[in-house]
Unconditional design. Sequence first.
Length: 291
Amino acid sequence: MKKLTKALLILTIAAIMATFVFTLAACSDAKDDGKLYVGLECAYSPFNYTQRDNSNGAVQIYNTNYNPMPNSYANGYDIMIAQRIAESLGKELVVVKMEWDALIPALNAGTVDVIIAGMSPTEERKEQIDFSDPYYQSNLVLVIRKDGSYTDAADLAAFSGAKVAAQKGTFHNDALQSQGPKYGIIPQTPLADFPALINALNTKAIDAYVAEEPGAIENCASNPNFTYVRLQNNTTGFTATDADTAIAVGVKKGSDLTAQINTILSSVTQQKRDEFMQRAIELSSGDNIVD
């Protein structure tokens, strides 16, 4: 009987310890009200990208369990905007890295508080989440090789016969797939991210890819054999609304954060936004950037 009691005691202690360990593990995955959790890819220069250290104001990147990723720090235009928002809210910025297609589901699930990832407030996305006022407006352009056949192109019609790709799940790809064929463009299967698009152009698997102009500037600075055709929305380029080419903060529907973020963004002058973008472009070609 004594041996049985001792065995039960050991089992009870073990169960308590297991519960304690599980509780600690769960706490490590819990969000902190004093932090602003921002979802993004960290792979869309110069809006957001990954570097190996925390130089030039870069911030630590975390995975979706809120654990720091080694030698991974985020920087770029989106990060500069995110830092301004977090500071104004009195919160610590936490950058959570995930795939593009996972951003909206993660926001709605509460994994992140906001999306600051070069995302356009399209009508389709507005059905799922709310958006702040825009913090950037851009043109869609085509990045090409300097040794390719389209260096003299001035409009979409000049790309007849070209194999053109865009990133999956973006307005870039929607515009390409719906509008490209009428110009004789051959839309390709969308690729996962911009590193994949860059690789496809480098290997000549495609003739061009769709990008926003700041991204094209950075991509061409980092890849000397690239250049881009500066198209103008609704004239020489793709037909697009302001909402399509605007970039805004994604917020969960009905959240009080939307109004707060709009107030913060209204205090960021156009001159300051231009300075942020210029600095992001300059920094994104550094030696410590992760391709």
